[in-house]
Design a protein around this ligand. Structure first.
Ligand code: SF4
Length: 419
């Protein structure tokens, strides 16, 4: 509680729920019986929590919660050391506590009924579909990262390990059957999902053109079953411009090619597979190509915030990292590319990092400030659906606040100047 008070004092011009969200993402949530019970009826919203629910023997906690007051959406990462807990009040309402102080009522998204319906191969839809917001669905055209087997995974990545485990246990197929995926989406739509955005995310190949072809085939199969929704977002490695154009012709409207790390020296060390396959310069060039293809406000890139200043020889200090990221953010935003970052959390950690290696919340709040200021300076917020500060954008596209609950820069334009 003392640390949170210090943050609230130090960043007094930032809305309270942004600070709380940043600190909860960084320090996690202590699990208790109340939140475990809520997991059984709540939605599975992320790839890692989906795998955890298949692989783990007990029902995982909900993967997100929402502050009832302003709908700020926060990822739930378990950490037994956390001062944060969600408790039920005996009347079915949940509240978030830091120590003994109550910070307000929170809610969970109810598990949609279609999740338990089966496709023609006999598997329930929740094997295939992830749903976060009320009107979007995420599926994976590839449940496989080729870098894992060669020991060239991104150094922070738990996902490639989880996918490999899921494939070995025959819980998922490395290349999902597109017709079955399309069938699952059709079932969800028939069950009442008013689909406005489709997201395709997952996997990576050394042959990036082949990766693009899997995505195209997947989209084609889906649009044989349903009409293309308003927005279609592709999360992949940085694709070549011709592949980007073909995807646009099929119906894609947004792309996210995650750079993950900005520092030029650390890039090949921390992202060996991506460095070998594409390289940092070419990755950035393809992001710039994507702005030409899809337009401003339709191209994004994620960073694993704080990873570059892990306490390891040859890594940056926190101040050096802040300076480097800020330069990177300006370079990208000026060119119409929207950067954001996930908080590097203590659990689960891979790559021999220690639980105390991620920087403190304060670092992340300092890291978010230049993104907000630069998006304002270069007039990008209107491209992201904000006519002015303090309003909710449509829950679609790059600034959907339901989907990106593991990041908090999207909450600045929603919560600053909110009445
Ligand atoms: S490309 Fe990197 S981040 Fe993506 S799944 Fe593979 S190892 Fe993980």
């Amino acid at each position: 509680m003392q640390y949170l008070e210090k943050l609230l004092d130090q960043f007094s011009d930032i809305p309270r729920n942004i600070i709380l969200k940043a600190d909860i993402l960084r320090r996690g949530i202590k699990l208790n019986d109340d939140i475990r019970k809520a997991g059984a009826t709540s939605n599975t919203t992320g790839i890692s929590s989906k795998l955890e629910s298949f692989i783990g023997s007990s029902s995982p906690p909900p993967s997100q919660f929402h502050f009832k007051a302003d709908e700020t959406t926060v990822d739930i990462k378990a950490d037994e050391r956390s001062p944060y807990e969600i408790r039920e009040d005996g009347e079915g309402r949940y509240h978030i506590f830091c120590g003994e102080e109550n910070f307000g009522e929170v809610q969970f998204i109810k598990r949609p009924s279609y999740m338990d319906k089966k496709t023609s191969d006999g598997k329930p839809c929740d094997y295939l579909i992830i749903q976060r917001g009320p009107s979007c669905i995420c599926v994976s055209p590839l449940d496989f990262c080729a870098y894992f087997k060669k020991g060239e995974s991104c150094k922070y990545c738990i996902c490639s390990l989880g996918l490999d485990l899921g494939v070995q246990m025959k819980l998922i197929k490395p290349i999902p059957d597109n017709n079955i995926l399309a069938e699952a989406i059709a079932i969800a739509c028939e069950d009442g999902v008013d689909l406005k955005e489709l997201k395709l995310s997952g996997g990576a190949l050394y042959n990036v053109h082949k990766e693009a072809n899997y995505i195209k085939r997947c989209l084609d199969a889906i649009f044989d079953r349903i009409d293309p929704p308003e927005e279609v977002t592709i999360f992949s490695q940085a694709l070549e411009k011709d592949d980007q154009k073909e995807l646009k012709d099929i119906g894609a409207t947004n792309v996210c090619f995650d750079l993950e790390v900005w520092d030029e020296q650390l890039w090949p060390e921390l992202l060996p597979g991506k460095a070998k396959t594409i390289g940092r310069q070419e990755w950035i060039k393809r992001l710039e190509d994507a702005v030409e293809v899809f337009g401003r406000g339709h191209v994004g890139t994620n960073f694993v915030g704080g990873f570059e200043c892990a306490p390891r020889p040859g890594f940056l200090s926190q101040d050096e990292a802040l300076k480097s990221y800020t330069e990177g953010f300006e370079y990208l935003i000026k060119r119409g590319i929207v950067p954001w970052f996930t908080i590097w959390t203590a659990y689960p950690l891979v790559g021999n990092f220690q639980v105390d290696d991620p920087p403190p919340t304060e670092f992340y709040l300092r890291l978010a400030q230049p993104i907000h200021e630069l998006l304002e300076k270069y007039g990008v917020y209107p491209d992201l659906g904000f006519p002015r500060m303090g309003v909710d954008p449509p829950t679609l596209g790059l600034y959907c606040y339901y989907c990106y609950s593991m990041q908090f820069t999207r909450d600045y334009p929603r919560l600053i100047e909110r009445e």
